[in-house]
Design a protein around this ligand. Sequence first.
Ligand SMILES: NC(=O)c1ccc[n+]([C@@H]2O[C@H](COP(=O)([O-])OP(=O)(O)OC[C@H]3O[C@@H](n4cnc5c(N)ncnc54)[C@H](O)[C@@H]3O)[C@@H](O)[C@H]2O)c1
Length: 253
Amino acid sequence: MRFDGKVAILTGGTSGIGLATAQLFVEEGASVVLMARNPTRGRDAVEQITSADGQAIFVQGDVSVAADCQHCVTVAIETYGRLDILFNNAGVIYVNRNLVDTSEEEWDATLNSNLKSIFWMSKYAIPHIAKNGGSIINNASIFGLVGGGGVAAYCAAKGGVINLTRAMAIDHATQKIRVNCVCPGSVDTPLLENEMNDLGGVEVQFPKFASRHPMNRIAAPEEIARAVAYLASDDASFVTGVALPVDGGRSAW
Ligand SMILES: NC(=O)c1ccc[n+]([C@@H]2O[C@H](COP(=O)([O-])OP(=O)(O)OC[C@H]3O[C@@H](n4cnc5c(N)ncnc54)[C@H](O)[C@@H]3O)[C@@H](O)[C@H]2O)c1
């Protein structure tokens, strides 16, 4: 049990990669705080975890709002008394938008929920994680490592996530906080389904997306969760500042 007695906050923890990671953390002994906007999904996710005897709470909030991020950290500490792991996972993507076609609102929403959110959550969480040491994992994307067509703001945000990860790793290493990010390829989640629908439908797009990976398939959220759990655990005790592709070889092309 790698996370016995540990407390983790996961943003966007009620869906997709975030939920799969929360479930894995709990299976390995952690208590989790799921932060997201939709209370119905929050209730369902907590019920799934607690009905299997896990410890979980939901905190409603928007990661692009400073007060919501501060509130989430406060509730985590009031509930569990400590904080060890932060998974900055929440994110959105607007597809079919080159820079010219991106509105200011879409640009701001993309940068705020994928990148500025990490600033807010980490700013409030780090003083608590520093008490015992711990781990922060940011969810970037292969679109932080390579460019992609029609996702300009998302590429800007995810590139920022990767270099912010490196800067945080350097700044907080002596506080015994390791900071890393994962760079997933395509993962079978509601976010990807929306993206495929925007591009003409899942049936047509699924094989196309799969074929962009040398392994010729799309990942299950659990495959990303296992990489996050590795980075969060003592198995990665000398690993900090890395951007780990979990992409079926896509970034190797
Ligand atoms: N699915 C993929 O193919 C893929 C690939 C690379 C990276 N990612 C990244 O993985 C992360 C998780 O995405 P997912 O695929 O699991 O999608 P998802 O839609 O299943 O989950 C995203 C979660 O983030 C939440 N969220 C978004 N904006 C928020 C905000 N402002 N405040 C609070 N919560 C917010 C959503 O409500 C949702 O719960 C994202 O950062 C995404 O960019 C996904």
